[in-house]
Structures are given as C-alpha cells and as structure tokens.
Ligand binder design. Structure first.
Ligand code: MTE
Length: 313
C-alpha cells in the first residue's frame, strides 16, 4: 500500500499542513475565476416509511450534515467534499454483488429505489474524531439485499468498495494522495445482517448529496463513522476478515471492529466524550458523554459477548 503521508483523520483541533495548503490552492482557484459553488447534485424527494429504529433526539441541521464531511476522495478539509464534488455523477449507478453467494447480481440503484421499501431512520452518528450528529437517513436494510443473493454457508464476512474515479474525485487525482484507493470496508456477517445496518440512499427525505456518499452508502450506527463507506460499487461475500482502509493506513489507531467505546481511547485523544455538531459555537459546544456502542448497546452488545473489546477495537 501507498506510504502513509498525512495524519489520518486529523484530530479536530489540528489543521494539518496538507489541508492548509489545499485550502490555499482552493482560494487560488476561486481567485482565478473558477466557480466554487455548492455541489449541484440533483436532490430528488424519496418516499419512505417511518421506522421503529429511530432515536428521539434533536436533529443536526441539514446544512451541517451536508457541509461538514469526511470524504477523502474529495479532499481532506471538512468543507472540501461539498465544494469539490460538483462534477461527480451519482447516476446511473450499479453495484456488483459477488463472492460466496448462490445468486451474484449487478444491482441498479435506480431500480432498487423502486423495488425496495425505503425506511426513514434517525440515527446517532459518532465519528472517531470525537464529534457526533443526529441524522434522518432514508435507506434499505442491508439484510434485505443480502437475502436476495443467498450467501453460502462459507460466507463469514461482507467486503465493500467505493468507486475510483480520479477524473471526478479530485482527492484521487494529482500529486498528493491521502489514502490508497479504493476506500474499502468490511463487516462480519452477523453485523451486516443486523436490522440496524442500513444502506442509505438519502437523508432528510431526499436522495443523498454527493458529499454524503451518493448514491448509496453504508450506515452502521453503533460503529465509528469510518465504517460507513460511501459511494459503494461492490459488495463481496468472503470467508476471511476483509481489510479496511483506516486499519490498513494506521493499524495502531484504527481497527476492524470500530465499535463506539468510551472506554477505549484513540492513542491521540479521548473517546470518553464528543461534541455534537451544530449545537453552539465550535469553542463553546458542551461535550456530552459518549455512550457504549453509541447508545445502541441493548440491540448489539450481544454480538460481541465474550470478546475483549480493548483488543478488538
Ligand atoms: N467513505 C469513503 N469512501 N471515503 C471517506 O473518506 N470517510 C468516512 C466515512 N465514509 C469516508 C467514507 C468517515 S471518517 C466518516 S466520519 C463518514 O464517512 C462521514 O460521513 P458524512 O460525511 O456523511 O458525515
């Protein structure tokens, strides 16, 4: 894999030099007359049915959900994905579903929007960088898609892959590459089949903006946000535990499981508390305690019975 050249997922207090340089580059582009407008992805309304899998908490404003993002394919700064994803074409879109299944398929996302019942689910989302949001997602339970392809008994894990399109994704293009592409992630089969695990196709009742992972991304609310791989083009059923981008990039800092855990600190910062984006100013935000499994312990703790969560972080 490519050499690891920047601090991965920089702590919110740090502005790495690369980001600072990128910002200057953007300012130069703007000064040169290139319009740096918000991503023009065409948001289409979605019909969804409400779901019991919903938390009763104040929603993070849509503007924050769609302008404070991690999507390194579009740059490292929180506002880069919105500013630089305008050329990305989320449709048409297909996902290759292959590996240890009886019925491998190529899924067409526009057909999926018609074929599946879209649910609205309000989930907490906790980034490994110690910020959080409450997001109304629209999506399809991953289990419903898994059932259609009939995994074989030998399929123990599910591996996911993001699209590679350097011509539309400036972070995959040029001299500086922050990660090795494609961005990859994985889940254990029982995690993938868990009813909370969602393939999100929208938020706030509309199709996903490019910066949030259009047209389809994973949401696993009890895990750190980096498990929520965006703009998925491949889902493979495999026997061995798949690699995942951040564990490959910095294995001492990020693991495969990535369950939200206030008792296991990141080597460079505490995970005991978090700041909720959009509440108060950046410096005045009160920190709230982080909950085990991000508040979903009742639903998911049993999946990890007997496991040492400090070892399997
Ligand atoms: N998926 C891809 N392909 N590339 C990324 O850089 N960042 C991850 C995750 N999925 C990322 C990704 C991280 S670190 C987080 S916290 C969430 O996306 C952020 O999702 P959001 O921008 O919709 O809040």
């Amino acid at each position: 894999m490519a050499a690891y050249r920047v601090p991965p997922i920089p702590g919110s207090e740090i502005t790495p030099k690369s980001v600072y340089l990128r910002r200057r580059e953007l300012m130069g582009l703007a000064a040169g007359g290139l319009a740096l407008t918000a991503s023009p992805s065409l948001a289409a309304p979605l019909t969804s049915k409400p779901s019991a899998y919903t938390v009763d908490e104040k929603l993070t404003p849509k503007d924050s959900v769609t302008s404070y993002n991690n999507f390194y394919e579009f740059g490292l700064d929180k506002d880069s994905p919105k500013a630089l994803s305008g050329d990305f074409k989320p449709l048409p879109w297909t996902i290759k579903v292959d590996g240890l299944v009886s019925k491998p398929q190529t899924l067409d996302v526009e057909a999926m929007l018609k074929d599946y019942t879209i649910e609205e689910r309000v989930y907490r989302m906790r980034c490994v960088e110690a910020w959080s949001m409450v997001i109304p997602w629209n999506g399809i339970p991953l289990a419903a898609v898994i059932d259609k392809v009939e995994p074989l008994g030998s399929a123990k894990y599910v591996a996911f892959e993001t699209v590679v399109r350097p011509e539309e994704m400036p972070g995959q293009n040029g001299y500086f590459q922050s990660l090795e592409w494609p961005y990859i992630e994985g889940l254990r089969m029982d995690e993938a089949r868990h009813p909370l695990t969602l393939l999100a196709v929208g938020l706030y009742g509309e199709t996903l903006p490019n910066q949030n992972g259009a047209p389809i991304r994973l949401v696993v609310p009890w895990k750190y946000g980096f498990k929520g791989i965006k703009s998925i083009v491949r889902i493979s059923f495999v026997e061995e535990q798949p690699k995942n981008t951040w564990a490959l990039t910095a294995p001492s800092e990020y693991g495969f499981y990535a369950n939200v855990n206030p008792e296991v600190d990141h080597p460079r910062w505490s995970q005991a508390s978090e700041r909720r984006i959009g509440e108060g100013g950046f410096f005045s935000e009160a920190r709230r305690p982080t909950l085990p499994f991000n508040g979903y312990a009742d639903q998911v703790a049993s999946l990890y019975a007997g496991m040492d969560l400090k070892v399997n972080f």
